[in-house]
Design a protein around this ligand. Structure first.
Ligand code: NI
Length: 136
């Protein structure tokens, strides 16, 4: 009997989307307002979901206190109130799109969570735009 448990989290961060190999005009067409050279912010919402068997002794799939702390220490500390392009080494050469951010977050959390549990992450960049990654 497998159950999914999820924890929501939040961070604010600035970014700029651009491809250094392209002209400013092409960047503006492809990335729109997100290509603004002076950066802009988003209120990112994160849902971290863990799927696995219910442990017979605790009745938990995963202790939510542990998951909460893990997200605080590994994600919120690292991403909140940061300029992603300038301050996170992961995005020095990687465009900080929602797609790339969700993969980076998954790669940070995956080694910290029991191998027997499946990990899936949903990242909202705006209330209407969101991406999901499960490591495939
Ligand atoms: Ni943007």
């Amino acid at each position: 009997m497998k159950v999914t448990v999820s924890r929501k989290a939040h961070f604010n961060a600035a970014h700029r989307l651009y491809n250094a190999d392209w002209s400013d005009a092409r960047n503006a067409i492809v990335f729109g307002k997100c290509a603004n050279p002076n950066y802009h912010g988003h209120n990112y919402e994160l849902i971290v979901s863990v799927n696995g068997e219910i442990h017979p002794e605790t009745g938990f799939v995963m202790d939510m206190k542990v998951l909460k702390k893990l997200i605080e220490n590994e994600i919120e500390e690292k991403f909140d109130h940061k300029n992603l392009n300038e301050e996170l080494k992961e995005f020095r050469t990687l465009n900080p799109t929602a797609e790339n951010i969700v993969v980076v977050i998954w790669n940070i959390l995956r080694p910290k969570i029991d191998d027997k549990l499946a990990l899936s992450i949903t990242l909202y960049e705006t209330p209407r735009n969101f991406v999901e990654y499960s490591g495939e």
